[in-house]
Design a protein around this ligand. Structure first.
Ligand code: SF4
Ligand code: SF4
Length: 391
């Protein structure tokens, strides 16, 4: 049962590494500060929702570290949890073969605390909700069956949404390739952001909700998968994904730039000013640490992409940053073809006999799913020289 509080505080502390006993202590201290007691957890089915966006080793900083899963499992069982299940739907197909690769590569199947169950149920349920964009959507059965959802996110930049933290991480409760359909249904970032807030609002209103951020090894640049790992040595936790994201936005020096937080604030789910959010732990809002996060390449000219047509939106599209196949890197594997919601990528055999992806830009909606899911980082961006100069 939900007890969502729009004035929920955020716990923030220094966390220098992935030492499991130290993480257990961090989490217990945070839970105590946030009043997350056995009353909330005892006898409940707990769901850990990590960020397993693709099959990447933890040292790349793109996916939640397995040490967090181990530590959280221990804390939840200490608080009397009936069960702890880990579930996520990465980009691409949602089936046993795809998940086995992701669990193995991300280190989830080596978590020593075998009381945690890796989800193997690939079904989903239909949910009806009075969202701004979503009235009915599919959600992983494992998530729907849980009493308590722990959103275990990363501190990362994101080519489409600017930042991936607690709210964006919840996109992974949508099964498999349906996520691509969401991109094609909501090609503009403001609409996509409203949809993300619909998902998060549904969860905070229907479950006991906790967000925990693995900000030990974060990511800057072309996140969520092909950015540069960045040591920030932070741990964040909150009962509100919106409050946690406002603080994360401030830590990354992105204040006021994340559209889904504007949407959440308009709905009265959070204050848009980080100074209004009570900060627990070793810092307050004045001393809160900040880092220079390199923004994604898509940031240049981003202001153009959501201009309405009457303000020159048609013309603006000419100047937008666009995805570009890096010809010398692409191996023609076709992963981008299946991940493109607009079906606008094909594989062509070139004169040298090599296969390479080709983007037909006319239908491209700049969702950057191709960049996110290319296994070798062979999708870059092409910036208009004028915009590059201005930026
Ligand atoms: S761009 Fe990446 S995903 Fe697409 S074919 Fe080339 S290597 Fe594969
Ligand atoms: S080409 Fe890439 S950015 Fe364009 S619609 Fe397809 S996946 Fe999205």
């Amino acid at each position: 049962m939900s007890d969502f509080n729009k004035n929920a505080p955020v716990y923030l502390s220094h966390c220098p590494n992935y030492d499991i006993p130290a993480l257990v202590t961090q989490i217990k201290t945070a839970f105590e500060a946030l009043k997350i007691t056995d009353e909330l957890i005892a006898g409940k089915r707990v769901l850990l929702k990590p960020n397993l966006v693709m099959a990447k080793k933890p040292e790349f900083g793109a996916t939640s570290h397995p040490a967090f899963m181990e530590a959280l499992t221990e804390v939840c069982f200490d608080l009397g949890a009936a069960s702890v299940t880990l579930a996520d739907s990465p980009g691409g197909p949602y089936n046993a073969a795809a998940l086995a690769l992701v669990y193995r590569t991300c280190g989830m199947d080596s978590v020593a605390d075998k009381r945690m169950v890796l989800n193997q149920d690939f079904t989903w349920q239909t949910v009806n909700t009075p969202g701004v964009k979503l009235k009915s959507f599919h959600i992983l059965t494992a998530v729907q069956q849980a009493d308590v959802v722990i959103d275990v996110c990363k501190l990362k930049t994101h080519s489409l949404t600017g930042m991936s933290c607690a709210v964006k991480n919840l996109f992974g409760i949508i099964p498999g390739v349906e996520k691509f359909e969401m991109h094609s249904s909501y090609p503009q970032v403001p609409d996509f952001s409203e949809m993300l807030v619909d998902l998060a609002e549904y969860l905070v209103n229907s479950k006991t909700f906790i967000a925990v951020c693995d900000g030990v090894l974060s990511m800057e640049g072309n996140g969520p998968t092909h950015g540069v790992p960045k040591k920030t040595d932070l741990f964040l936790a909150s009962r509100s994904p919106f409050a946690l994201d406002v603080i994360a936005e401030h830590i990354m020096k992105l204040d006021g730039r994340i559209i889904h937080l504007d949407c959440a604030a308009k709905r009265g789910l959070v204050s848009r000013d980080y100074g209004d959010i009570p900060l627990l732990g070793q810092w307050d809002s004045v001393s809160c640490p900040q880092f220079d996060f390199q923004p994604p390449d898509t940031e240049a000219g981003k202001f153009l992409r959501n201009l309405p047509d009457f303000m020159g939106g048609h013309l603006a599209k000419l100047f937008e940053t666009k995805p570009e196949i890096l010809k010398n890197k692409c191996i023609g594997c076709g992963k981008c073809v299946t991940s493109c919601p607009m079906h606008t990528i094909t594989i062509k055999q070139k004169k040298d006999g090599r296969k390479r992806a080709v983007i037909h830009r006319k239908d491209c909606i700049r969702c950057y799913c191709c960049q996110e899911l290319c296994p070798i980082g062979a999708v870059g961006t092409k910036q208009n020289p004028l915009i590059k100069l201005i930026h």
